[in-house]
Ligand binder design. Sequence first.
Ligand SMILES: Cc1cc2nc3c(=O)[nH]c(=O)nc-3n(C[C@H](O)[C@H](O)[C@H](O)COP(=O)(O)OP(=O)(O)OC[C@H]3O[C@@H](n4cnc5c(N)ncnc54)[C@H](O)[C@@H]3O)c2cc1C
Length: 470
Amino acid sequence: MKRPFDILILGGGFSGTMLAIQLLRRDPRLNVAVVDKGKTPGRGLAYSTYYRFHVLNVPVKNMSALPEDSEHFLNWARNNHDSQVKGESFLPRAVYGRYLDSLLLEALSRCGKNLTWFPDEALLLTRNSGAYHAQLKGGEKLVAHAVVIATGNLPPGDPPALASEGETNRYVSVALSGQALECLYESPSVLLIGAGLTAVDLAIGLVTSGFQGKIHMLSRRGLTPQDHRETKPWPQFWNQECPRTVRGLVGMIRSQVRAAAASGVDWRSVIDALRPVTQEIWRSLPQEERRRFMRHARPYWDAHRHRVAPEVGDLLSHLIQEGQLQLYAGRITGYREDADQVLVTFRCRPGGRIEQLTVGHVVNCTGPEADWRRIDNSLLNSLFAQELAKPDPLFLGLDVDSVGAVVDKRGVSSKSLFAIGPVRKGSLWETTAVPELRKQASDLAEHLLNVLNEERARNKVRSPSVDRSA
Ligand SMILES: Cc1cc2nc3c(=O)[nH]c(=O)nc-3n(C[C@H](O)[C@H](O)[C@H](O)COP(=O)(O)OP(=O)(O)OC[C@H]3O[C@@H](n4cnc5c(N)ncnc54)[C@H](O)[C@@H]3O)c2cc1C
């Protein structure tokens, strides 16, 4: 039997890759494996695009992949992309993808034989005889002492009116930026369901690739992401004494925005001031208030928190003014497709008027599935079936504790099964972007090493990664 891996990471996007790098930086003798079904190792969905107009929505100065070196990406970009790059610049995501390639290549050249990359999909994970066994789609079976789930966001669920459609010639159920574009170029018009970052990404990708048709965007509230502007900082104003209700927090943010405006400071600074404490705020809210946030406040928070680069915001406004892009607020009530077109019916908000749109194609841009009761994922379902894991109380991801250890059906934190990235959403809420994920990767690497070392000491056996004859 092959020697078990010390740590097996399932998913090799930003989170899984940075975790592997952080582990091997701390202990190059560790035996680490990453399984990733994506096409481009290390880049995940976000940074695999090659479209120039798919730009980062975070400025260069905040995109270092290494928490211990905040200027790492800035310096890399000046040396490898453009010597004039400024900290405030918004670079193409493809450039960031090249940056991640370089970090992965560097790690492979330093400790390549201790980092094994499997370009494959993990279908099942089982635990027996004190070890984990992963079954890959390609037939390989891997054994490991500890496993980290780093599978990122799940694909979006279909809106209820389209649930029975499945993928058709005219309905693209997952807006994988890039792939979805190919079948849309010749379409006279498209309807994008959703108006968040995914929809904006797709719309920008289409028009900058020469798409001449009409783009309709429909979301429950018709809100598109705000854009970044340079602003003066605003002090962090939240503490544990602040209200633990959504209503109270919204009132507090509004009054801070008014105070900021009176001092000539933009609302963006008020939202940004909350960023370092967003996870604490989430944790301070009772479950019922978290639910209330999801029902009522989330679209407004997302539109103000997840902003686009100024050039993307300008292009979006231009498309709306020119009439190529039209926004609607409402909910789809009917979908009928024939050989040439799609007829979509929706109930407008507010008012409830029924409207119809006839388009060439419809693309689901609603963002990741936010209800884990509806997921169809064999890897995660295998964990649930063995009671090794369960969804968090809001069904936003996996139930995990404060260090990212997966909590089992009985409520006990695992000592050998962990999660990183967006799958921790239920416990952290803010766990999507590089500034949070790089810290998670570093913290989890530290924790995993401590756990492994303690276990080795307890078992009084020599480390398999040190003892090559084992
Ligand atoms: C379009 C887009 C733009 C973004 N822009 C920014 C930005 O500008 N700045 C920022 O800070 N953040 C941005 N983000 C947030 C982004 O999600 C994170 O920065 C980061 O990419 C998340 O990394 P991840 O590894 O957790 O997930 P992912 O990148 O989704 O990676 C997960 C990987 O796991 C693989 N996988 C899933 N299931 C399995 C399985 N069963 N077996 C094997 N492999 C599996 C997937 O194929 C994928 O490669 C953006 C996100 C998107 C989608």
